[in-house]
Design a protein around this ligand. Structure first.
Ligand SMILES: Cc1cc2nc3c(=O)[nH]c(=O)nc-3n(C[C@H](O)[C@H](O)[C@H](O)COP(=O)(O)O)c2cc1C
Length: 308
């Protein structure tokens, strides 16, 4: 079984990848998306979204980090994919799931699920631009408004030469509302030969088992569940039990040191609140801490709350 850390724009940056992969259980991370319109980005843009490139594209605990691109132009995506891989990204992931309005207006993300032929053109062009031994992976939802093109999209992705496919088991219209329709993943799997990674609403080891049983997929991708329970990947693999609050508290302290040292220092209070909002789903202590810091905007005051 592989467990992959889901890409989460504005939440899972290299600092969070460092913290989460240090808890064990993860086999791969995918970066926040780099949006490609009509240019070949300079090298620094790839390092910005994936500082791990300077470390062989691995987190400090040695987990590979793959760059994700989002866009609609096969040519520009291919050029940027080639550069990302040349800089060390272990393959390329293509985002066809993003529901954001601005992204969809510019024809990137989930809106492309309405156009199987565009999915095909993009993956084919990127596949040709990236050395054959490097994976080209795709991440989709079940569809845009509905699932009517789901199987056609999956077939197009396979025919274009993708290496594997991650499926967030909801349509764009479903947003992030539970449930995730894992049974639809089983349908996709019966239609194509590609390895399919199941994603959506995995919050516990039990969810992971049920998702595997219902979808038929062995490999899983987890996002919000890992933010709510940083030891989730290790727990899913049976490597460690759910971490106690004290261990999570130590992570919050480490995160604080990171954020304050890093260039995101200014954002620290908001980032911390954002993380606590996930953690409080699993830890009552995080709820109490969140209530304590929610009105604070001062970095020092927040640090004081974490280190009473
Ligand atoms: C705040 C946020 C940001 C996200 N950013 C991305 C992204 O950059 N690329 C992407 O493919 N998916 C993105 N997603 C979707 C997640 O990767 C994942 O598919 C989704 O959260 C469902 O999985 P989960 O239930 O394990 O969280 C994002 C989701 C959230 C909540």
């Amino acid at each position: 079984m592989r467990v992959i850390l889901a890409p989460m724009e504005g939440v899972v940056d290299h600092l969070m990848r460092d913290l989460l992969t240090a808890q064990g259980g993860f086999d791969l991370c995918v970066t926040e998306f780099l949006r490609v319109v009509d240019q070949l980005y300079p090298e620094r843009s790839f390092f910005k979204i994936c500082p791990e490139l300077a470390n062989g594209a691995k987190t400090p605990s040695g987990v590979p980090v793959r760059i994700q691109l989002l866009g609609q132009s096969p040519e520009w995506l291919a050029e940027n994919a080639a550069r990302a891989v040349a800089l060390g990204s272990p393959g390329i992931d293509l985002n066809f799931g993003c529901p954001a309005k601005t992204v969809n207006r510019n024809k990137g993300g989930s809106v492309l699920l309405k156009e199987p032929e565009t999915l095909y053109a993009i993956i084919r062009e990127v596949r040709q631009a990236v050395p054959a031994h490097q994976p080209v992976t795709a991440k989709i939802r079940l569809g845009y408004d509905d699932t009517s093109l789901m199987l056609e999209n999956a077939r197009a992705i396979e025919a274009a030469g993708a290496t594997e496919l991650a499926v967030h088991a909801r349509t764009k219209r479903d947003g992030y509302r539970p449930p995730a329709y894992w049974e639809q993943i089983a349908l996709i799997r019966s239609e194509i030969g590609l390895n399919v990674i199941a994603n959506g609403e995995i919050w516990s080891s039990d969810d992971a088992k049920r998702c595997q049983a219902v979808s038929g997929s062995t490999d899983l991708m987890i996002g919000r569940g890992a933010l709510a329970c940083p030891s989730l990947a290790a727990a899913i693999k049976g490597l460690a039990p759910k971490a106690p609050w004290e261990a999570v508290q130590a992570l919050l302290k480490r995160y604080s040191q990171f954020e304050i040292r890093g260039d995101k220092g200014l954002y620290y209070p908001n980032r911390l609140k954002q993380w606590l909002q996930f953690l409080r789903l699993q830890y009552p202590e995080a709820e109490a801490l969140f209530q304590k810091v929610r009105t604070l905007s001062d970095k020092e005051a927040m640090l004081e709350s974490i280190n009473p």
